[in-house]
Every structure is written in C-alpha cells, then in structure tokens.
Design a protein around this ligand. Structure first.
Ligand code: DSN
Length: 424
C-alpha cells in the first residue's frame, strides 16, 4: 500500500482487489488534489467526517417523502438523520424552513421555479456573462427554454449590480420572481434593496446563495435569509459539505418547497449526502469555522491585490467575498490561454468572462480565483502573494515545458507545507 492509500478507510483494500482500475484513479485524484493548487472558487476540501457519511450504507436506503411521512418502510434511522440536519440548518441560518434533499444546486433551483412559477412566467435574474448562472435563464438551460427570463447586469463604470436598472426592469417587466446570486460576482449583494424592489412589484425574492452561503454561515458577510422568500444553494463550496443542494424558505412557503422537491422534481433523496449535509452544518456552527470564513475573505482580498501587483486588474475594484475575478488583458493572453498554462503548471483555476467581455465565452478575458480550498489547507497572506507570483509565472511561461516544470516544483513545495488529508 502506497502513502496515498493510507487516507482511505479499510474498505479501500477491498476496492483495490476488486476494481484496481478505479481504485488507482481514486489515488491519482487524491494526489492531484494534494499536490496542485486548488483555486476554483466553487471547490473546497470537505472534512473526513463528511466523507465518512458519503461512503456509508445510508446510500442503500430509499426514503421518498419526508421524516415521518415516507413511502417506504425502514426509514426510522434516516428520519432521525434528516431531522437533525433540518434543525441544524434552521438554527445556523435563522431560517423558518429547510429542505436538505436537493441533489445539487441546479436541482434546488428547479424546485424553486416549480414552487413559485409556471412555464412562460417572467423572471429577472443576473445575466450569465455578468456573473450569473446557467439556471438563471441561459437559453441552453431549462430556465431559459421554459421561462421568459429578463437579465440584468452590472454597470460598466464600476462593475457593480445596477439596482436602478434592476428596479426599472422590474417595474417594466412585472416579474413573478427576482433572482439574486451569481457565480462570478466578487462584491456583496444589497438584499435590502432587492427586497424593496420585490415588494414594489409583488415579486418573489429568490436568492441563489450557492457561492457565498458558507460566508453567511461563518457570519463573515450579511445573510439574505431575513429578506428572501427562498434561498437555494449548494453545500460543497465555501460551506465545505458534501456535493449537493439545500433550500431555506419562509414558513409560508414550506409546503410549496417540499412538494416541489418531492414529488415535484426528485424521487428518493440521497440519504448519505443528507447525513453529510448535517455533519457540515454542525462543523459550520463552530467558532473555528467562523474564523475560517473570515480568513477566506482576507485571503481572497490579498490574492486579488497581489495579482494586481502582477499586472492584472480586479473586476469591481477588488473583492468582499471568497473569489476574485481578474481582467488579465494586461498580460497579453486570453483567459483560455491562461487557464491552460496554469493547468500545465499545476495551478487549477478557470477562465471566466469579465463584464462586457470583448472575447467569446469560450475564450474570455479573465480568470476567476477563489480561496476556499487553500484557506482550508491553512494558507494565509504570505502564501497568497506566493500564489499570485506562481500564477503570473504560469501565465507567462506555462507552455515552456522546462519553465512549467520549475513552476510545478514550486507549487508542490508550497502545497507540501499545507497538506490536505494528511497521511497517517
Ligand atoms: N460550477 C459552479 C461554479 O464554479 O461557480 C456553479 O455552479
């Protein structure tokens, strides 16, 4: 057994005997996560405790319905798990209702549409090229095919949401629902303003908080929960839980949300993931996690500023969250080339459109970098400077194999100082 394998439990021996092909890939992926720099803003290293739930026999159980109201027998134990998770979510976020069953963020969003709208209804949501999400009305997604989604964006001068434009559009279009939330917006959203607009036009206020809910859980940024009718999110980003989705709602919408999730949109919940969500919620209620959430933002700010020192520009003037969107036109390469060169140098990040991007979405003028994973590793401000310098070197020289090898060695030396899933 090699060093990497020691992280996996005893059952891993069985997997290795039975299916060495897949077992080997589990090891090489773990090695990749350990050795490279993980800067995808939506990724994190979940805890061994959460991973234990995902590899558990809860995966075997069908549990259509909700605790105490299931369609199959034998749900006594999983009922307890789900109830604990629901109570933890309500407590942590001060929410009146919680549903832990959505399989993913996109599933959670489908349930939100199903609970509050009918196909053909008008929705207002942030445009994808300005940082929104596929499920916020992209033409290639169900949301854009089935709904009349009117997009709003950021102002060209400050790259912040234009609340005046949003209000005017809401008055003109009379949407059934207004969605706030994004995947590449480095600033905070003014939920009080959005609530006022929703009240003015009688729209449901939906916040897709997937990217920043972990910062809310850690009390590092203001919460949308007191304002929104419904808040959907994924559980695996800053929140550091298992891959999956969750919905919080006002009590008056509880029945509609539960019905929209099951039987409206899903069959049986993945109970192993529901258990993982419960564990992550307990972890997120700790003071350690609150310190982590603050550190994630400090690191993102330090990284953005160090990348500016390397000749890139932070969109919207910096960041107040876990991610920075960098306009890299000053480096002379596109987002696509930068992404590829960083990959060759052992740095995982993604190309990203910047607002009013002159390049196509497949090319882009930007990169998105996030600090949830490196902060979980224990990295701090000095390491953010080091990372910025590594990114800059990679963008310049990543396609020169000799130089890329040197950057990869420096990346490995850095990540080795902050081991993830430490070897026994
Ligand atoms: N794929 C996620 C992200 O990276 O932002 C959004 O779903």
């Amino acid at each position: 057994m090699g060093m990497s394998e020691t992280f996996f439990g005893p059952d891993f021996d069985q997997l290795q005997r039975q299916d060495p092909e897949i077992a080997r890939l589990l090891i090489t992926e773990l090695d990749r996560q350990r050795q490279n720099l993980q800067l995808i803003a939506s990724e994190n290293f979940t805890s061994p405790a959460v991973l234990a739930t995902l590899g558990s026999t809860l995966s075997n159980k069908y549990a259509e319905g909700y605790p105490g109201k299931r369609y199959y027998g034998g749900c006594e134990e999983v009922d307890k798990v789900e109830n604990i998770g629901i109570e933890r979510a309500k407590e942590l976020f001060g929410a009146e209702h919680a549903n832990l069953q959505p399989h993913s963020g996109a599933s959670a969003n489908i349930a939100v549409y199903k609970a509050f709208t009918k196909p053909g209804d008008t929705i207002l949501a942030m445009s994808l090229p300005h940082g929104g999400h596929l499920t916020h009305g992209s033409k290639v997604n169900f949301s854009g095919s089935w709904f009349n989604v009117v997009s709003y964006g950021v102002r060209q001068d400050n790259e912040l949401i234009d609340y005046d434009e949003l209000r005017e559009s809401a008055i003109a279009n009379k949407p059934k629902m207004i969605c706030s939330g994004a995947t590449a917006y480095p600033s905070l959203i003014d939920f009080e303003k959005v609530r006022a607009i929703c009240d003015e036009v009688g729209a449901i206020m939906w916040v897709d908080a997937a990217h920043f809910i972990g910062l809310v859980a850690g009390k590092a940024i203001p919460s949308p929960v007191p304002y929104a009718d419904v808040v959907s999110f994924t559980t695996h980003k800053v929140l550091r839980g298992p891959r999956g989705g969750m919905i919080l709602a006002k009590a008056e919408h509880a029945a509609a949300i539960d019905k929209a999730v099951f039987p409206g949109m899903q069959g049986g919940p993945i109970m192993s993931a529901v258990a993982g969500k419960a564990v992550a919620l307990k972890e997120a209620a700790s003071t350690d996690y609150q310190a982590y959430a603050k550190k994630v933002i400090e690191n993102a700010q330090a990284l953005a500023s160090a990348l500016e020192d390397e000749g890139m520009r932070a969109v919207s003037g910096g960041t107040q969250t876990h991610l920075a969107l960098m306009d890299i036109r000053g480096t002379g390469v596109t987002g696509k080339v930068a992404d590829m060169r960083c990959g060759l140098a052992g740095i995982t990040l993604n190309k990203n459109a910047i607002p009013f991007d002159p390049e196509t979405p497949a090319v882009t003028s930007g990169i998105r970098v996030g600090t949830p994973a490196t902060t979980t590793q224990g990295m701090g401000l000095p390491e953010m400077k080091e990372i910025a310098s590594l990114i800059s070197r990679a963008i310049k020289d990543g396609e020169d194999e000799g130089k890329a090898a040197g950057i990869r060695a420096d990346v490995s030396a850095l990540t080795a100082r902050f081991p993830v899933y430490p070897r026994a």
